[in-house]
Design a protein around this ligand. Sequence first.
Ligand code: FES
Length: 151
Amino acid sequence: MDDTDAPNPSGPRRTFVRAAVALGGAGAVASIAWPVGRYLQPVGDGVPEDLPPTDVCADSELAPGQMRSVRVGPIPVIVLRRHDSSLVAWSALCTHLGCTVRFRPESDDLHCACHGAVFDAATGTRRSGPAPSALAKLKIEVRHGRIVAWA
Ligand code: FES
């Protein structure tokens, strides 16, 4: 028997199997790395500049401790009447991955249910959780008896 009858260890079938295994491995790594990278890369506040003034409600309709949810352009916004009667307007977009935060009057904070970020309702700063920065603050004032918010 001579050496030319032995099977070729680097034939086309073996090359195809190696390529398929390598491709499958790369796909498996990507399927894990992409969501991990997405979790670790914050979206920021996501609020464009120059959003038009948007009517929230009549000034008399928002008592101390109450809130309103509105959209200013494409941005969900939470308008709060603080207990000292001042007004604040926060983007409701969590700065972690952009889920919508909710006001919790019992703890006077804004909570993101996606990964548990908590923001201070008075200042918008992050109290806990994975969000890297404060909520974006919108401008707000009372015009002719109506509360108006804009960016
Ligand atoms: S999106 Fe992750 S904590 Fe809000």
